[in-house]
Design a binder for this molecule. Structure first.
Ligand SMILES: Nc1ncnc2c1ncn2[C@@H]1O[C@H](COP(=O)(O)OP(=O)(O)OP(=O)(O)O)[C@@H](O)[C@H]1O
Ligand SMILES: [Mg+2]
Length: 270
């Protein structure tokens, strides 16, 4: 897919490598142009963060990423009054900074954040595009250069952690998944430097392991882990040791399941 580089981007090498699965680059660009917030969902290690870095670089936009956790409150995004010397000064949080200065604010694993975060996001993600700062009395109007992107992994969701429909329905959403074999081979080869013919059996193995998701495994092996595995093999490690360290141990702590996965690995990659 062709995509014009922003005049702000001086060199293609500044753009993180990303292989598109479909029309997500086009969708991102339209969302950016038309000022629509974007939600990315998909399993761990399938390329969501890479996609956002890639698009930010292609569009020549500053990117501010916040990894949400269960203690993250609205004030961590908007800002706080802090004591400095003898004075109390207001310090903008990352969301407020992005709204003031423009650029992409990316909230990773948004479902983890505390409930009061939704209160801050709602007026920013409908047609008002405003950020009310209760503590300072300001109401910031987001400039055209501001875009909000959030992501989460639906697989980890519990009822307690699900996004409310009123939040979800403020975003254009793109579903991510692991790419078809040929594309995943190309990604792992490009990221690790291992030749595609040596990567192909790892991708076959990953497909076998992913088929076990929900039975013995909570989550299938990610593209990220395959890149790790190929990197170990490319550095001279014995492939079975590399597979055990990068594609089996991170998936399970259960000795029986580990043994079963090792058997699968030996059958696919003798
Ligand atoms: N489409 C892709 N093009 C290029 N590299 C990719 C792609 N998808 C995955 N990768 C590789 O997989 C790694 C993991 O991807 P990334 O960190 O973007 O996953 P993620 O979806 O953000 O995962 P998490 O939900 O755990 O944060 C990247 O560092 C990159 O090496
Ligand atoms: Mg990520």
């Amino acid at each position: 897919m062709t995509f014009p580089l922003s005049p702000n981007v001086t060199s293609q090498t500044l753009v993180p490598h990303y292989i598109a699965a479909g029309n997500e680059c086009e969708l991102f660009e339209v969302a950016w142009t038309r000022k629509l917030p974007l939600l990315l969902k998909g399993p761990t290690g399938c390329g969501k963060t890479r996609f956002v870095s890639h698009m930010a670089a292609r569009l020549g936009l500053p990117l501010s990423t916040v990894s949400c956790h269960d203690d993250l409150a609205a004030a961590d995004l908007t800002g706080r009054y802090l004591l400095k010397g003898g004075d109390t000064v207001w310090i903008d949080g990352p969301l407020t900074r992005a709204v003031r200065n423009g650029g992409i604010c990316y909230l990773d694993e948004i479902v983890e954040a505390r409930k009061d975060v939704a209160v801050v996001l709602h007026p920013l993600t409908d047609d008002r595009r405003i950020l009310p700062l209760e503590r300072t009395g300001e109401t910031l109007q987001a400039p055209p250069e501001f875009m909000l992107v959030v992501s989460y992994n639906p697989g980890y969701q519990s009822i307690l952690k699900a996004l409310k429909p009123s939040t979800k329905q403020r975003f254009i959403a793109i579903e991510f998944d692991f790419l078809p074999k040929d594309q995943e081979i190309a990604i792992v080869a490009a990221e690790s430097g291992l030749e595609p013919r040596h990567v192909a059996p790892l991708v076959n193995l990953a497909h076998r392991l992913r088929a076990m998701k929900g039975h013995d495994l909570e989550e299938g092996v990610s593209t990220r882990l395959m890149v790790y595995c190929a990197t170990l093999i490319g550095s001279g490690l014995n492939p079975q040791d590399a597979i055990a360290a990068a594609m089996i141990e991170p998936l399970t702590d259960d000795p029986d399941v580990r043994q079963a996965l090792c058997e699968v690995a030996k059958a696919v990659y003798p």
